[in-house]
Design a protein around this ligand. Structure first.
Ligand SMILES: [Zn+2]
Length: 476
């Protein structure tokens, strides 16, 4: 039988506010355990939560960037459950009246563009973190308890693990562009739960849903889904039932394992949070936030295709991260050829980022460095091959291209006699340019220096070449 895959994603993004959702504790990552806590986020009796206005603003900004409708009145609810990382034994979340509903994320599929519906976007608070020790004991760190969290739930409209991955990448890009979250999956500020079921092709009814929790990389999302699809397919083909449950992904074995049966909403005994009034969100505030939205990834991608003539694929890769897209724009502001810019960013730069495991924020390279290097290539000073070596040095040290060329050149051809021989050859081969220079055309010297650099594949010291040329060309 032919089966259809049905996937939905729940994405949690920590908001990049300075303080927590309902108290003034710092919301920054990486503090000493249990140092960023107070009676409110520890859930001590008698305390009252106060909503963080900036967190609400960030969630509205994300909602608008994701094409959602923002509610005029939204309310917080208590989601009750017991777990050691949740000191209050309930989480303040939103259930019946979420902040926003009904947006979408556009993805590219082999069958063409597809809009994946966002069912809801709501605000809540994060839990603490448990650290399980090898001996069986566990430690709890409540620094994260109360950090503002935004949950974004898609409709189950994704039909393959690849689509799920693409959706997550697009969603991450939108959140990064709007600046509401630092979307670092490795630090847990962006986390993903997936739900997946199979049904006979053409059937309208959903199969039994399996949820896989806490996937913390794009790769994990795709691999966990691929594994789960095959596991469910094998069960169905053997006429066995898929149990509705929550499973965990084990990166090492590449499999999922059952942890508990899946909770239903009624298990949480949701009720309106009695300590918080409903939030009224004025249309003026929403419009003010909308007017401050930056250019979003989809629009930027179109601009790179329509105005710069880049292929769709290049445009998609370059705009998937805001830092990369910003670097592209900065390079383009000072250099006319989009394809050169795109090739270097997607080629050498991406390769070195991958090889060093760093992201752009950790690299001293600037647009000015790149533009300087391309100009030297255009002048014939740098060959493509030598430019790659210069690029690596700029990437590593933050020095500009001319400095790298000078330093590397000086160390490689420092011998004056050796360079003088090259200068002689260049002078002999360019009688017309030499005549121009002798006739008073000073710029002609630049061309001859370029020829010397070319002859030495960029390894000549330009200052030495300059001096030797002047010596040779001196009249009489
Ligand atoms: Zn606190």
């Amino acid at each position: 039988m032919n089966y259809e895959v049905v996937i939905g994603l729940e994405v949690h993004a920590e908001l990049a506010t300075r303080s927590k959702m309902f108290c003034g504790c710092p919301a920054v990552f990486g503090g000493q355990p249990n140092t960023q806590v107070c009676p409110v986020c520890l859930g001590l009796p008698g305390v009252l939560p106060v909503p963080n206005r900036r967190a609400v603003e960030f969630a509205i900004r994300a909602a608008l960037a994701l094409n959602c409708a923002v509610a005029s009145v939204t309310r917080f609810d208590r989601k009750n459950y017991f777990y050691p990382d949740l000191p209050k034994a309930y989480q303040i979340s939103q259930y019946q009246h979420p902040l926003a509903k009904g947006g979408y994320v556009g993805i590219a599929t082999p069958a063409g563009p597809k809009r994946v519906t966002i069912q809801r976007l709501h605000l809540e608070e994060d839990t603490g973190k448990l650290l399980h020790l090898p001996g069986g004991d566990s430690l709890v760190d409540l620094n994260r308890a109360g950090v503002p969290l935004m949950e974004i739930v898609s409709e189950p409209e994704l039909s393959s693990p690849q689509e799920a991955r693409d959706y997550l990448m697009q969603l991450k890009a939108v959140l990064e562009y709007t600046g509401v979250s630092d979307v670092r999956m490795e630090e847990g500020s962006l986390r993903c739960d997936v739900n997946v079921s199979l049904r006979p092709a053409g059937s309208a009814e959903l199969g039994n849903l399996v949820e896989v929790k806490n996937l913390n990389s794009f790769r994990a999302v795709q691999r966990a889904l691929e594994h789960e699809v095959e596991r469910q397919r094998a069960l169905l083909e053997a006429n066995r039932r898929v149990v509705r449950e929550t499973r965990h992904w084990d990166e090492a074995s590449g499999t999922t394992f059952a942890t508990r049966s899946k909770e239903e909403a009624h298990d949480y005994r949701y009720f309106p949070e009695p300590d918080l009034l409903p939030l009224e969100i004025s249309p003026e505030w929403v419009e003010q936030i909308r007017s401050q939205l930056p250019e979003l990834p989809g629009k930027r991608r179109r601009r790179l295709v329509d105005e710069d003539g880049l292929p769709e694929h290049d445009a998609a890769v370059l705009t998937a991260s805001k830092r990369m897209a910003d670097l592209y724009d900065a390079c383009r502001a000072g250099y006319p050829d989009p394809k050169t810019v795109s090739n270097w960013l997607m080629g050498e730069l991406a390769r070195l980022l991958n090889a060093t495991g760093r992201d752009l924020s950790q690299v001293p390279l600037t647009a000015e460095h790149l533009i300087g290097m391309w100009r030297l290539m255009d002048q014939g000073v740098l060959s493509g091959k030598l430019a790659k070596a210069v690029f690596e040095e700029m990437f590593r040290t933050g020095k500009d291209a001319a400095t790298v060329v000078r330093e590397q050149g000086a160390s490689q051809i420092s011998d004056e006699a050796q360079l003088a021989a090259v200068v002689e050859r260049v002078v002999a081969a360019n009688p017309k340019v030499v005549a121009d220079f002798r006739g008073g055309k000073e710029q002609a010297l630049g061309f001859l220096v370029g020829q010397v650099m070319r002859e030495t594949r960029g390894r000549a010291n330009p200052e030495l070449a300059n001096r030797l040329l002047r010596d040779q060309l001196r009249p009489g």
